[in-house]
Design a protein around this ligand. Structure first.
Ligand code: SAM
Length: 231
């Protein structure tokens, strides 16, 4: 998988790939990371990439020209690139999207800054638009990284233990049961006693009950879905 980050601030992104799981995936040639800066395509003599909003309104909006040229250049090199724009005004990104997008060969993430991107760019180039939640970030870089990370975990070879994918929250309507590590007692706090007794069918039933309790508390709508599916 190749990811191209279309951003004015690639240094905000680069550090994330310098350690841990995604770095190992890059070292193994499973992932390739590229950057494209719209400012490099600006025809303005000062390399400006933004201007005041037509029709009024506070703040600056990213101009079409540098982004049109950057994205045309990207598409001329790979016509199959899947272009995703990050914007708070979009469908919320979810685990199903992560799994689906993991099958692509090349994804480009276009990050807005300032008050956002001229809508004509999105209309012309977006294959998809995603929000990562109902709040406003200063730019799309973090949102791109969130999606890139979630997609990458679903690409074969990225995770050391692929089994961990199957038991995670959002693979089923139920949220994952609480996890505990060692020691079994820490500062007077014990892990649930059933976890210690080695009876795997009892541990499974306790985990299911704890999953249901968590889901009921945090995502009541999902618990209803689980009940419908398991009847
Ligand atoms: N004026 C815009 C609005 O009210 O909808 C917000 C623009 S925001 C300050 C600048 C950029 O950050 C956006 O163009 C987008 O790329 C990114 N961004 C902010 N919040 C986001 C979110 N929740 N999900 C995805 N991208 C987001």
């Amino acid at each position: 998988m190749t990811y191209t980050f279309v951003t004015l601030f690639s240094n905000l992104i680069e550090g994330y790939f310098k350690d841990s799981i995604l770095k190992r995936a890059i070292d193994k040639d499973i992932l390739k990371i590229k950057y494209l800066n719209p400012r490099d395509y600006s025809k303005n003599k000062h390399f400006k990439v933004d201007d005041t909003a037509v029709g009024g309104g506070a703040g600056m909006v990213m101009n079409p020209q540098p982004l049109f040229d950057a994205l045309d250049d990207l598409k001329s090199k790979d016509e199959d690139v899947h272009i995703i724009f990050l914007t708070p005004v979009a469908k919320p990104f979810a685990q199903n999207d992560a799994k689906r997008l993991a099958k692509k060969n090349h994804i480009a993430f276009v990050s807005g800054r300032y008050e956002g991107i001229d809508e004509r760019v999105i209309e012309k180039y977006a294959d998809e638009v995603f929000s990562i939640g109902d709040y406003i970030l200063t730019g799309g870089e973090l949102a791109s990284l969130v999606i890139c990370d979630a997609v990458s975990r679903n690409i074969e070879g990225v995770l050391g233990n692929a089994q961990s994918l199957e038991i995670e929250s959002f693979e089923t309507p139920l949220l994952e049961a609480p996890s505990f590590s060692k020691p079994k007692n820490y500062e007077g706090l014990s892990v649930p006693s059933e976890y210690l007794k080695g009876n795997h069918s009892k541990i499974r039933s306790l985990k299911l009950a704890l999953s249901e309790a968590k889901t009921k508390f945090f995502r009541p709508q999902q618990l209803l879905k689980h009940k419908v599916q398991s009847h």
